[in-house]
Design a protein around this ligand. Structure first.
Ligand SMILES: Nc1ncnc2c1ncn2[C@@H]1O[C@H](COP(=O)(O)OP(=O)(O)O)[C@@H](O)[C@H]1O
Ligand SMILES: [Mg+2]
Length: 302
């Protein structure tokens, strides 16, 4: 039985269709990624999973419970880390955790014990008495994540956990999430950072305009849909374009830059650098970002 089952989920805001028939499931112990550009419908999807936003149609089951009948129990067993800061500015770091535990009717001594354990886990001990106002973005995120774990959830839902963070904070959060995953926690996260998805997600979907474009394991998706490696060429001239045409390469023309998608190793790259030119040519492994851009396009979003 999957921990989470989503079938034909839909959400309209007036005439705008934000979620347009999304289906996926999340298995126990897995980290599942919901990837998509800004405005793709990630947050709208996630909010329906814990009853924050009512859905227009579709089936939702969490822990095998229908959301319409079992929402109270579902809420008790999931942890949510929302995209925007929702910490209580009047309370200290530690009291934010203890206060949140009250929603779950966790007795005070147990709440204090869990708060201290979570402060330790997220390296927040020496900020325990600080007010929220003085915390950096990275510290606030860590506290939000700690708070989402206060009720010892079976499913952790994270909406863009590292957007806007500095590299150090992001790395630390990734390590902590990897540790939680190792402990067996099931995680659903949204992101538009491909590195985050590649590092953490066992499986993922890429969504845009409220629809799923692909689903699969990150490495397999890249191998199947992009290839083995990408040759980037700066300032391409005609002899170079002729060479690529003769070799029947898969080329994406960005004007001042060409991307050549290669299915195998580096023979073509060697041939090109020997016979045409080496300058401005860079060979790199294909990645999730290539797939993401191929599917969702290169134009800027919101
Ligand atoms: N409460 C709302 N009212 C009207 N439109 C909304 C609301 N929330 C989101 N939208 C719109 O729905 C679309 C999907 O938004 P969202 O789910 O937040 O996307 P994402 O999280 O992928 O960036 C966007 O076009 C957004 O502007
Ligand atoms: Mg969002």
């Amino acid at each position: 039985m999957p921990i989470l089952k989503v079938e034909s989920l839909r959400k309209n805001y007036g005439t705008l269709t934000a979620v347009d028939g999304i289906s996926f499931d999340v298995q126990s112990g897995e980290c599942f990624g919901l990837l998509g550009p800004n405005g793709a419908g990630k947050t709208s999807t996630i909010r329906m999973l814990y009853g924050y936003t009512p859905r227009d149609s579709g089936l939702l089951e969490v822990f095998g419970l229908d959301i319409d009948k079992g929402l109270r129990e579902i809420k008790r067993r999931i942890g949510i880390c929302q995209q925007e800061d929702s910490l209580d500015p009047d309370l200290s770091v530690r009291d934010n955790l203890i206060g949140y535990a009250r929603y779950f009717a966790i007795p005070k001594p147990e709440a204090e014990r869990r708060a201290d354990e979570l402060l330790g886990f997220f390296a927040l001990q020496n900020r325990a008495k600080d007010k929220i106002m003085v915390l950096s973005g990275g510290l606030k995120r860590r506290l939000m994540l700690a708070r989402a774990l206060v009720n010892q959830p079976e499913l952790l839902i994270l909406d863009e956990p590292t957007t806007g963070l500095d590299p150090q904070s992001r790395q630390l959060l990734w390590e902590k999430l990897a540790e939680l995953k190792k402990q067996g926690l099931t995680i659903l996260l949204t992101t538009h950072y491909m590195e985050e998805a590649e590092r953490l997600c066992d499986r993922l979907v890429i969504v845009d305009h409220g629809r799923i474009l692909v689903e699969g394991k990150p490495a397999a998706l890249v191998q199947e849909r992009v290839g083995h490696s990408v040759l980037e060429i700066a300032d391409p001239d005609q002899p170079l374009r002729d060479f690529l045409a003769r070799e029947k390469c898969r080329v994406e023309d960005l004007g001042s830059r060409l991307l050549v998608y290669l299915d195998h190793g580096d023979e073509l790259f060697l041939k090109l650098t020997r016979e045409v030119r080496a300058e401005g040519c860079m060979l790199r492994p294909a990645g999730l970002e290539d797939l993401f851009l191929n599917l969702t396009g290169r134009e800027l979003r919101e």
